[in-house]
Design a protein around this ligand. Sequence first.
Ligand SMILES: Nc1ncnc2c1ncn2[C@@H]1O[C@H](COP(=O)(O)OP(=O)(O)OP(=O)(O)O)[C@@H](O)[C@H]1O
Length: 334
Amino acid sequence: MIEVRGLHKSFRTPVVKEGRFAGLRTLFTREYRLKEAVKDINFTIRKGDFVGYIGPNGAGKSTTIKMLTGILHPSAGNVKINGFDPHQQRRQVAKRLGVVFGQRSQLWWDLPVKDSYDILAHMYKVTAAEKENRLGELAELLDLKEFWLTPVRKLSLGQRMRADIAASMLHDPDVLFLDEPTIGLDVSAKRSIRGFLKQLNHEYGKTILLTTHDMDDIEQLCDRVMVINHGQLSYEGTIVQLRDKIGLPTRIKITFHGPVQLPVPEGLSLPIELGLDENHTFRIIRADGCEVHIEANRQQVKAMDILRVVGSWGEVADIHMEEPDFEDVIHRVY
Ligand SMILES: Nc1ncnc2c1ncn2[C@@H]1O[C@H](COP(=O)(O)OP(=O)(O)OP(=O)(O)O)[C@@H](O)[C@H]1O
């Protein structure tokens, strides 16, 4: 459905001279610097996928999205969306594509929300009946009626984002590109946007590519994640595979029915005589009365082995496992 092959984008920017009359000298003797924003990117996104596209600031995410939407022309390589080239066959692609830029609204600032939809429907050649039908459904799903007649500039950020997402869906596209759709939103506004996106993907089968710096968005919504760094893809796969690859330890808190005698001091790994070898061990990080905190790499040591060993220290009352924070995992990939 979305195919990207050998995608490159370089920008040529004039080098600004320093010192007296710098502006003038820059005008007459132009020197250019080449910035390779995207370097040989390849990926395929199938129908119904929900894929996260993440990377640090300046990594090349927006440049990629702009090439996918046809706003920018690749320096090399190609993009196909449903078989069409977004730059050369813009009209065909636009019909099947919805785009939301969280930082920039596609609605008319001074017009009531409803009027923006009338203009967009006209631009996309959506019939009056289709428009009524879709807006009825979207208004219900995104709770649009409360600000239907309000000018866009007076909307809260959460309302504006809901209105923008509805606008991108008005022509019923199969594919959605979302660039930071939850930026700046409070917890409940984020939840409502995420719920809607989930529904679009699960129930309506929409294919979604999501760019965000919010790792909760990625963890809660995406089946797959692509990481871009310095213009190149540094990881592509599921979130579970990514966690396994990075292999951060799981934190486990064990509560005993009484104080425990530990076989090794805090900070040390368990010794071999307990039936664990040096590659399959775990570490005591803190002991506090009846509570013991350990760290284990669950790729290396089985939960049953941990239970067997800690069970020999005393009577276990409770065990609480905490998987590594996804932000920490991502930090390692960046
Ligand atoms: N029009 C342009 N002219 C020159 N350089 C550009 C242009 N657009 C982007 N760049 C450069 O290309 C690189 C990638 O930028 P891009 O906006 O794609 O990053 P990003 O991953 O979207 O970052 P962020 O998370 O901060 O939005 C950056 O170094 C940026 O300065």
